[in-house]
Design a protein. Structure first.
Length: 240
């Protein structure tokens, strides 16, 4: 009886442990799905809102939802309303100190199929849903070095295949700025020299390295680029 009782107790403990592992796995999966879904939805809204802003309208979540529902049922996505009283959003101020989380624009690397929104700041909350503009670095169109940071396992994962001469576009509500990759390098996290100011118009992308490292990656992968062209956008003119 004692042996049977001990065996039964062991089976119950193993069964309980299996249930614990199953629940833990489901919780981890739910967490990953939530993080991925929230980042995807946030990017979708910011892409749409940014395009609406460029057209001179103030975007809102209800209009976005109505727009997407209409598209799902076969309609076309609506453009920004073109009426005289369309609300305008403030342009990015020229100051170096910007509010954390401020939407700055959209970064594109066509060959790598990268299209991601850029926000001010490099905090974890910002980098979960966008690429972050490193505070204190230059802004698009200004002399200096623009520093952008992104996670290696989300928005900046494609940088693993970046090449010299790749084209990078940074689109803001004031214009589109085109850069060409000049070099890449791997540095330690303490090597802040990669973000030092420059006498020209340069762009530096920063992410962790190695790209497929499990845990906190020990190095940083750096992409250096230089501005080669810009297309300044005129502000929307009010209807007559």
């Amino acid at each position: 009886m004692s042996a049977r009782s001990g065996s039964e107790r062991t089976r119950r403990m193993l069964a309980g442990f299996e249930w614990f592992l199953l629940l833990f796995g489901l919780l981890a999966l739910d967490t990953c799905i939530w993080i991925y879904t929230s980042a995807t939805l946030d990017q979708a809204y910011e892409e749409w809102a940014f395009d609406q802003t460029l057209l001179g309208a103030k975007p809102s979540i209800p209009v976005f939802i109505a727009n997407e529902i209409g598209w799902l049922f076969g309609g076309a996505r609506a453009n920004a309303p073109e009426h005289e009283n369309a609300e305008k959003l403030e342009r990015i101020p020229p100051a170096r100190t910007l509010p954390a989380g401020l939407l700055l624009g959209r970064l594109r690397i066509s060959r790598l199929k990268v299209a991601v929104m850029v926000r001010e700041g490099a905090s974890e909350s910002t980098l979960r849903r966008a690429v972050g503009h490193i505070p204190g670095t230059a802004l698009p169109g200004a002399i200096g070095n623009i520093g952008l940071a992104g996670h290696r396992d989300t928005f900046f994962r494609p940088l693993a295949k970046v090449r010299k001469s790749d084209t990078i576009e940074f689109e803001t509500d004031e214009g589109t700025y085109r850069y060409v990759v000049t070099s890449t390098e791997i540095v330690s996290p303490r090597d802040v020299e990669v973000l030092k100011a420059s006498a020209g118009k340069t762009l530096t992308l920063v992410t962790c390295y190695p790209f497929y490292f499990v845990g906190s990656a020990p190095k940083r992968f750096i992409v250096h680029a230089v501005e080669v062209a810009s297309n300044r956008r005129l502000p929307p003119q009010p209807s007559s």
